[in-house]
Design a protein around this ligand. Structure first.
Ligand code: HEM
Ligand code: HEM
Length: 167
């Protein structure tokens, strides 16, 4: 295994981290748009724009997380000595993140284009992901402010290529 993450993995991580808040800012517009249509009114232009933004940004997030997952399988990161409880908790949360975000994007896609009945689970998913993001941020803050280790640096600076001597 190689230490840390590649530039591509880091770039994808921060792109997803930027796009996820967009989903929370735009999610509410969808109910308002649907409500207006059901009441026979014209939905506000800005709500329709946000609805489109939510759908396309959400699909992009699902795709980017899928690429990240494939890259992770091809280039497994060495994050910390395996076997520690913190390492195991982090690994579980990271894997759960891939599953939750990809499932969330799939549910949103199905709700928008095939079967709206699944929307209630998409709303529940958004609460679960919010909790996971809070835990993730708390862990990052703990590593930086209390443990003062290199965890956040790993997601900022790409791993160095190993020299022939190290291999
Ligand atoms: C990981 C990506 C996504 C996240 C984090 C996310 C998050 C959210 C949030 C926070 C809401 C508002 C929930 C509420 O009313 O309290 C929402 C609603 C909704 N989203 Fe997403 N979303 C994602 C992807 C998508 C995608 C890809 C689509 C469609 C292509 C989509 C379609 C919808 C729909 C139709 C609703 C309305 C549900 C309802 O009002 O019952 N979402 N989403
Ligand atoms: C909502 C958006 C975010 C999502 C979905 C997300 C998801 C992930 C995932 C799945 C990993 C594991 C990478 C892997 O090993 O394959 C990870 C790692 C990491 N994330 Fe995030 N993240 C988000 C936001 C953030 C933010 C805002 C920070 C900043 C404080 C952050 C800091 C980190 C760090 C430092 C790691 C590396 C952990 C390690 O190597 O042990 N993430 N993130």
């Amino acid at each position: 295994m190689k230490a840390g993450y590649s530039l591509t993995q880091i770039g994808l991580h921060w792109l997803v981290a930027l796009l996820v808040p967009v989903q929370y800012l735009t999610g509410g517009s969808i109910e308002r748009t649907h409500h207006a249509v059901h009441m026979g009114m014209t939905p506000s232009h800005w709500d329709v724009v946000q609805h489109h933004l939510h759908n396309y940004a959400g699909m992009a997030i699902g795709l980017l997380m899928g690429i990240r997952l494939a890259l992770r399988i091809i280039q497994p990161p060495q994050t910390r000595p395996s076997g520690t409880w913190a390492g195991r908790v982090a690994a579980v949360l990271h894997h759960a993140f891939y599953a939750a975000i990809i499932a969330q994007a799939c549910m949103g896609f199905v709700a928008s284009y095939f079967w709206f009945g699944i929307a209630q689970y998409h709303v529940v998913g958004s609460r679960i992901i919010l909790g996971m993001v809070a835990l993730h941020l708390a862990a990052a803050a703990w590593h930086t402010l209390i443990a003062r280790d290199e965890t956040v640096d790993r997601m900022v600076f790409p791993r160095r290529k190993r020299s022939a001597q190290e291999l």
